[in-house]
Write a protein that binds this ligand. Structure first.
Ligand SMILES: Nc1ncnc2c1ncn2[C@@H]1O[C@H](COP(=O)(O)OP(=O)(O)OP(=O)(O)O)[C@@H](O)[C@H]1O
Length: 305
């Protein structure tokens, strides 16, 4: 079953068309990476899903119920982590979760047990200091705990890792992987290594619509090529190799930082065999010879101009 379905969503701000027939669906139990460059419309999409912004056209369903602008009934299924979550800095994490639970009418004993469980999940159980002194990563982790308080079936995270250092990012990614056991996650980002690390499916947003969707492994198989890279000691060696006639039909690029030539390869083993043949016939001795798996970043760059 799909937890979220979006069909033909359109949204303009003045003359600027941001969403232009956006359609995608998010299967239950998955982590869906919603990828797009800055300004591509990720936050706009999330605001429309939450009923906070009115679309010009299109339909959204959450858990089979239609989303209506300004009528937030479907938000009972959703937990939301904005890109910069705001808190009362004078409260502790526990006090803040209690306040959120009280506002949404949760029974007091349930607030207590859920808060304790969620603070353990996000690694803040032993932190007694005020939120005002928290690091960015700690605030994001508290934001996840707050978003999970009502046991949502869909957790929407708007660029949760973008502003964090590598340790903070890893902590959030590990938590999202654990969260997957209890809810579906829609995760917007432009950090493609994060998507590769945790997402089951991805949708690439460009020009207001999804230009590519599928599982990370499917996309890698069908949409990008391996590359073979040969690195030389001198620019002269690299030039001899690159101008070999057998290279003329290959898509090659010379690195700016060292004397290495990368060759896109649909059949990496055959390409490697050809490289070795050229090296042995020309007497060139490379410093390094390697093949690399296609990366999501290559696919992204291929489909997004
Ligand atoms: N309320 C608004 N009024 C006018 N333009 C807006 C409004 N909200 C967003 N936009 C414009 O719509 C475009 C998409 O913005 P949005 O914030 O949805 O992109 P995004 O993909 O989330 O970007 P980022 O990765 O930078 O957060 C941008 O050009 C933005 O300036």
């Amino acid at each position: 079953m799909d937890i979220l379905t979006i069909v033909g969503l359109e949204k303009s701000f003045g003359n600027q068309r941001v969403l232009d027939g956006l359609s995608f669906s998010v299967p239950e139990g998955s982590i869906y990476g919603f990828i797009g460059k800055n300004g591509s419309g990720k936050t706009t999409t999330m605001k429309v899903i939450l009923g906070l912004l009115q679309a010009d056209a299109g339909e959204i369903s959450v858990c089979g119920e239609k989303v209506h602008y300004g009528d937030t009934r479907t938000n009972r299924f959703i937990g939301y982590l904005p890109d910069v979550p705001e808190f009362y800095g004078f409260m502790t994490a526990n006090e803040y979760l209690r306040l959120c639970g009280e506002i949404t009418g949760m029974p007091s004993t349930l607030i207590q047990t859920k808060s304790e469980e969620l603070l353990v999940l996000v690694g803040l159980a032993d932190v007694k200091k005020r939120i005002g002194t928290f690091s960015r990563g700690m605030k994001q982790r508290l934001g996840i705990a707050q978003a999970l308080l009502n046991e949502p079936r869909l957790l929407i995270c708007d660029e949760p890792t973008s502003a964090l250092d590598p340790i903070g990012r890893k902590e959030i990614l590990d938590i999202l992987l654990k969260v997957k056991e209890r809810t579906t996650v829609l995760f917007s980002t432009h950090v493609l290594t994060d998507v590769e690390a945790i997402c089951d499916r991805v949708g690439i947003l460009d020009g207001g619509k999804i230009v590519l969707t599928g599982s990370v492994s499917e996309l890698k198989k069908t949409h990008s090529r391996h590359s073979c890279t040969v690195t030389f000691r001198t620019p002269a060696d690299a030039a001899v190799f690159q101008t070999d006639p057998r290279m003329s039909t290959m898509k090659t690029s010379l690195s700016a930082k060292d004397y290495s030539i990368s060759i896109q390869a649909t059949e990496p083993e055959q390409t490697m065999a050809l490289i070795i043949r050229i090296l042995s016939e020309t007497g060139l001795v490379p410093l390094r010879l390697e093949t690399a798996e296609p990366k999501l970043e290559d696919i992204f760059l291929e489909v997004v101009q």
